[in-house]
Each structure stands twice: as structure tokens, then as C-alpha cells.
Design a protein around this ligand. Sequence first.
Ligand SMILES: [Zn+2]
Length: 267
Amino acid sequence: MGCANTLFRFETDFMTIEPIRAFSDNYIWLITSADRAAVVDPGDPAPVFDLLETRGLTLDTIIITHHHFDHTGGVASLKAATGCRVIGPNNPGIGDIDEVMTEGNEVTVLGYQFAVLEVPGHTLDHIAYYNEAHATLFCGDTLFVGGCGRVFEGTFPMMQGSLEKLSTLPDVTKVFCTHEYTMANLNFALKADPSNVALKAFFTECSLKRSEDLPTVPSTIGHERMINPFLRWDSPAIIDQLKREGRHEGSLAAEVFGAVRSWKDQG
Ligand SMILES: [Zn+2]
């Protein structure tokens, strides 16, 4: 895993973002500015410690999106070893958070300003971080490339509202989610939206990337609106497909979303 961690670099104007691979399919996002670093959702501290040492980086800030262990498991040891600050949602259960973030907060990390968006559904505490100047979104397990997080703690209408909030960000916004779930998501998307030409082309593109072990993340909000069935509650094609499959009749956004999510959950 470690050797593959410096192969990719996304420069969004002058914000440099790289994936650190963790577990089987997590991305811990690394933001750097000169020799200072921030990481998003460090579930596993080991690859982060390795990278800091190899690159001579000082950890400045840990950014947390929600309480799941594969996003927070590295916080305590990284903070103890580096004295970095930790920002995250209003959930005392996480521990070690220095600055609690809620809707509408603005927070500066390595000189970059992020707006905090509350996006409950996957968990109730889930937040996202959006930097407008560099069109960059860290959305944890809320929106995935071609999919969305499972609705563990919230309700379908709540999750649909959260995804709608993200889908109204500018089209150019880069979506840095936390898992490489793209191929499984696109396989399902083709069932829900089989006539979507952009989706079929994207499936081919992502298959090639994955065959070379390249990340498919980030995507963009504009692209997700075209291909992601969990953002396309207003698509006549998806509404028709739900009807054809005997899953749902009607076009209310939260219900269409819920029907698509239930379908995926049933595999
Ligand atoms: Zn999660």
C-alpha cells in the first residue's frame, strides 16, 4: 500500500491534494502547503505516519467528517504524536476534537478556507467541507462517485436533502469522497439508469482506470448530476425504470431517492 501512496496528485489551482490509501478501499486525503499537511478522515494512522516521515511533513490539522471508525481510528495516535489540531462534527463520542464544526461555520486549514455543510443521513453527525475558491469538496461517506453512502442513522428524506445540498454546488466542484466504491456503484447505476449514455461511457473509463489501479476519485458535481442515480431523483428515465421494476410509482424526490437506495441495499 505505502509504495502507491505518492503516485497521484490533484492540483486544484494551488491546493495540492493526494490520496493516502488505507484499509481495502479508503482514501485518506492529504492536503499540503510547503511542509505543512492536513489529512481528512485518517482511519488508519500507519500510512499517514509513513508519509509524514518519508516526505518530511508536519501534520497541522486533522479534518473529520463523521464518527465511523474507518474515518477516525487514527485521530488519537496522530494527535498524541504530532500535537496537531483536530476539527470535526458535534459528536462528543469521537473524542479529541478541538474545534467543533456546525452548519455555516468557516474554518481555515493551511490557509485555505472551508465552509462547513451539515449532511446527515449516513450518520447523524456527518458534515462536509467545501472550499469555493478551489472548487473542492470533502464529503466523506455522503456522496460517492456514482453512488452515495448507506443510510445508517438518518432517514431517506434526510439523506436526499443532504445530497441535494451537495448537488447544488457549482458543477466544477471536485468531489473527494472517502471510498473507492466506484465500480460497484456504476454496476448498480447501469441497472437503475440503463439508457444513460454518459454513464455507459464513464463505466468504460473507470474500468480502464481500475484495471491499472488508478483512483477514480475525484469526480465533479456536474458529472455526478449526469451519471449518479442517487442525485437523479428528477430523471424521467429513473422514475420510469423504478416503475418498470415494480419498485415505486411517483416522482417525489425523497421517495424516488428512497426507492433507488432500497434497491441498491437489496443488492
Ligand atoms: Zn461511514
